[in-house]
Design a protein around this ligand. Structure first.
Ligand SMILES: [Zn+2]
Ligand SMILES: [Zn+2]
Length: 278
């Protein structure tokens, strides 16, 4: 059990380093703002701690769900679509079907993320992610407790509702992985018209903006259509790359500041701060 867990943690961290290093190449060639290397090193250390916590909590959740013999309400088997004799079904199997699981997850994450900006206790810890001033692929950590909150509010409800078996399409999996890693990259890369389908780094950067006019915009991580559906999405101009951070909380530069982020003034979450300011 323990060796498996340690191996899982090591693999997860190695995968993160590989993805972030690839994004760093994009950052170096199409950088959004000048940044030092110390934030990347700090980000690597903090992210490693968060990922280790995530792996531990995920393993614990799986054990609990397995022990309780819980099964999902809806099971969707799309894995066989690529072996169909119908060309339309095969096309669906290679294009849309591999994205269904991640779309379901992004809807759940969107709702959880909205809660994080609304409930003061959740915002206090989510604010650590927003406090990052040198946002880049290495330096985009979440607080260690975030995964603890995700389990009852996101992971367990989603697992109880849906189980999706998808076809394994390598190109799609690689694209989703790249988009996921690029989301926080310090880059002005332009996806062109594709930015309306998948989240461009500039789009998510607006969510991290320190400017009040950008607060509570662009909550989705993979599919911006969710922001179009649930509240107005903010489409940044080509050179609109605002500074990132939180006005009351400086970026963590010590383990103490990473583990124990300061509470916001009067414990007001972003939605309340915004409402009181308008
Ligand atoms: Zn947020
Ligand atoms: Zn983010």
């Amino acid at each position: 059990m323990l060796p498996d867990l340690l191996q899982n943690i090591a693999t997860t961290i190695a995968t993160f380093v590989l993805g972030a290093a690839t994004c760093t190449l994009v950052e170096l060639s199409l950088c959004a703002e000048r940044q030092g290397w110390s934030s990347r090193l700090r980000g690597f250390l903090f992210t490693s701690l968060s990922l280790a916590a995530a792996v531990l909590m995920t393993a614990l959740t799986q054990q609990l769900m397995h022990g309780a013999h819980l099964t999902p309400l809806f099971a969707l088997d799309l894995a066989s679509t690529i072996h169909s004799s119908n060309p339309l079904v095969i096309t669906f199997g290679y294009t849309v079907a591999p994205l269904i699981g991640i779309l379901v997850y992004d809807v759940g994450y969107y709702l959880f993320h909205r809660l994080q900006h609304t409930v003061p206790f959740l915002w206090r810890y989510h604010a650590l992610h927003h406090s990052i001033e040198e946002l880049n692929a290495f330096n985009s950590y979440h607080h260690v407790s975030e995964y603890l909150f995700r389990i009852p509010l996101l992971t367990i409800p989603l697992n109880l509702l849906f189980a999706v078996s998808e076809p394994q399409v390598v190109i799609t999996a690689a694209l989703v992985s790249v988009v996921g890693k690029l989301g926080h990259a310090n880059t002005r890369i332009d996806f062109g018209p594709l930015r309306y389908l998948v989240t461009e780094p500039r789009f998510h950067r607006i969510h991290h903006s320190i400017e009040e006019r950008h607060w509570n915009r662009n909550f989705s991580f993979y599919f911006p259509v969710l922001d179009v559906l649930f509240r107005p999405a903010y489409w940044p101009a080509k050179d609109e790359l605002p500074r990132t951070g939180v006005d009351y909380l400086p970026e963590a530069r010590s383990l103490n500041a990473f583990l124990f982020p300061a509470a916001p003034p009067e414990a007001a979450p972003r939605e309340e701060l915004r409402a009181s300011a308008t």
